[in-house]
Design a protein around this ligand. Structure first.
Ligand code: SF4
Ligand code: SF4
Length: 179
C-alpha cells in the first residue's frame, strides 16, 4: 500500500480542569447547524459532557466511529473513587444508546475536527473552552494511503443497516423519478 503524509490532529482532554459549563457542546452544535449557527442544540453536538454535578463528575467525550452493532461486553470505570456508568467513556454511535445520534433523524454524529474551508486555526470547542481543558495539536505522519469515508457515506451506511439496502435503493429510485 502506498505511503502518504497525513496531518494527524489530536485534542488532549485535561479532565480535572473541566467545570461542566457545556460551552463546547453549544458551539459544536451551532457550528455544525446549516446554515452555521442557525440553531443550537447540545443533543446534536459531537462533543458531549458527562454531567453529574452531585457526584462531582464532568467529563467531555468526543463522538467517534459509527458502529452498526453493539459490543459484546460492557466496561465500568472507578476513578478517584467515582463510579462511571457503563459505556460512559465509549465514543461510538451504536444501537445500544441514543448518544451521538442526530436526535431527529437518528443518523450518527462524528467529530470531524471542525473541518471547514478555509481551514480553522483550531476546532471550535477548543477555542471556546475558557478553562483550557482541550488542547489541540497537529503533527505529520507517514501512513498507508486509505480511502477516507465522509459523513454522507457513514449516514447512508447507518440507513442501510437500519432499513436494508433494498428499501434505500427503492426510496432513492422513487425520489429521483420525482424530478
Ligand atoms: S467548554 Fe471546557 S470546561 Fe466547559 S464543559 Fe466543555 S470541556 Fe468542560
Ligand atoms: S472538534 Fe469540532 S466537531 Fe469535534 S467536538 Fe470539537 S467542535 Fe465538535
Amino acid at each position: 500500500m502506498a505511503k502518504i503524509k497525513k496531518k494527524i490532529k489530536t485534542i488532549t482532554v485535561d479532565a480535572d480542569k473541566c467545570n461542566g459549563c457545556r460551552g463546547c457542546e453549544i458551539v459544536c452544535s451551532g457550528f455544525h447547524s446549516i446554515p452555521k449557527y442557525s440553531t443550537i442544540n447540545p443533543a446534536r453536538s459531537r462533543i458531549q459532557v458527562v454531567f453529574r454535578p452531585l457526584e462531582d463528575i464532568w467529563l467531555p467525550i468526543f463522538a467517534g466511529e459509527y458502529s452498526p452493532a453493539e459490543c459484546m461486553g460492557r466496561e465500568k470505570y472507578l476513578i478517584d473513587e467515582k463510579n462511571y456508568d457503563e459505556c460512559e467513556f465509549c465514543r461510538a454511535s451504536c444501537p445500544a444508546r441514543d448518544r451521538f445520534k442526530e436526535p431527529d433523524s437518528g443518523l450518527p454524529l462524528r467529530c470531524d475536527m471542525c473541518e471547514d474551508e478555509p481551514e480553522l486555526e483550531q476546532p471550535k470547542c477548543v477555542e471556546w473552552c475558557i478553562n483550557d481543558v482541550l488542547v489541540y495539536e497537529v503533527r505529520e505522519e507517514e501512513v498507508d494511503e486509505e480511502e477516507s469515508i465522509d459523513d454522507v457515506e457513514i449516514g447512508l451506511q447507518s440507513l442501510v443497516d437500519k432499513h436494508g439496502l433494498k428499501k434505500i435503493v427503492e426510496t432513492f429510485t422513487r425520489m429521483s423519478q420525482k424530478d
